[in-house]
Design a protein around this ligand. Structure first.
Ligand SMILES: Nc1ncnc2c1ncn2[C@@H]1O[C@H](COP(=O)(O)OP(=O)(O)OP(=O)(O)O)[C@@H](O)[C@H]1O
Length: 246
């Protein structure tokens, strides 16, 4: 369970700040696959980073399993996160990266072999990450979240770059995590994927959550999640008109 309470975060100059989070509160429940939607630059990554303890909010709190992550004795058992496809040492192999994480977490090195198998990275495990495709890096990032067998998982656009087999695999993995009782939070732009698989959907716009609920609740009277999104985020519909696409 992850709880955001009145999170605010501002970037930039005081006179003209960017305000991605202007008081965001939400309880991300156990056993729930929650997708976070919003236009580019809306604040999805900022929210995920605040929830993960990577970024300090200006005000408000984020608690994982009822406590600030930094105050838990074994953070990796509470939270697995994958926020950046470029967050690997380019000269390290996938196996070395995962073994390093395992050592940090007190997980035996042999567990890494199972993770490499589970994420389809065995064949490239000893190659430097600098030679990995985006999809391979995504798989390595997803493997990284699993090292501590955490109760909560946060992923920022993990489907980008995955091939068809990878998308199907990750879809099954996310579902399995939630069904096992984990709290799973994923930022995405893939509305069709979200519509087909989410338990809960949040739409972030203007620093706040403008829609939340099950797919049915967020879709409301609209034909699909795409038209619902355009209704919840008028700025998106306006941008379409400006570009002559609608
Ligand atoms: N470290 C930073 N310094 C300054 N501005 C930042 C920083 N991180 C994020 N921002 C700004 O905060 C806003 C929200 O960015 P964020 O990355 O959270 O958006 P996002 O919804 O994840 O976008 P995308 O869909 O493009 O990934 C943007 O205007 C971005 O430029």
């Amino acid at each position: 369970m992850i709880e955001a309470h009145s999170l605010t975060r501002t970037f930039g100059a005081r006179r003209r700040p960017t305000v991605p989070l202007a008081g965001v509160s939400h309880l991300f429940g156990d056993g729930t696959l929650t997708y976070l939607l919003g236009l580019n630059g809306t604040g999805k990554s900022t929210l995920l980073r605040c929830l993960s303890g990577v970024l300090r909010p200006d005000s408000g709190t984020a608690q994982v399993d009822g406590r600030e992550l930094g105050r838990t004795d074994a953070p990796a058992r509470h939270l697995g996160m994958y926020l950046d496809a470029d967050a690997f040492h380019p000269g390290h192999s996938g196996r070395r990266h995962l073994r390093w994480l395992a050592a940090q977490t007190g997980v035996p090195a042999h567990a890494v072999e199972a993770l490499l198998r589970r994420t389809g990275l065995e064949a490239v495990a000893d190659r430097p990450v600098r030679g990995y495709s985006l999809g391979m890096r995504q798989r390595l990032g997803i493997a990284s979240t699993l090292v501590g067998n955490p109760r909560n998982v946060i992923l920022d656009e993990p489907m980008n770059g995955l091939d068809v087999a990878g998308v199907l695999w990750l879809r099954g993995l996310l579902r399995a995590w939630a069904d096992e009782g984990r709290c799973v939070i994923v930022a995405s732009h893939d509305l069709a994927e979200v519509e087909a698989t989410a338990d809960t959907v949040l739409i972030l716009e203007g620093g706040v959550i403008v829609a939340r609920g099950t797919v049915d609740e967020v879709r409301g009277p609209h034909a699909n999640l795409e038209t619902a999104f355009l209704a919840h985020v008028p700025r998106a519909a306006g941008a379409l008109r400006v570009r002559g696409a609608a």
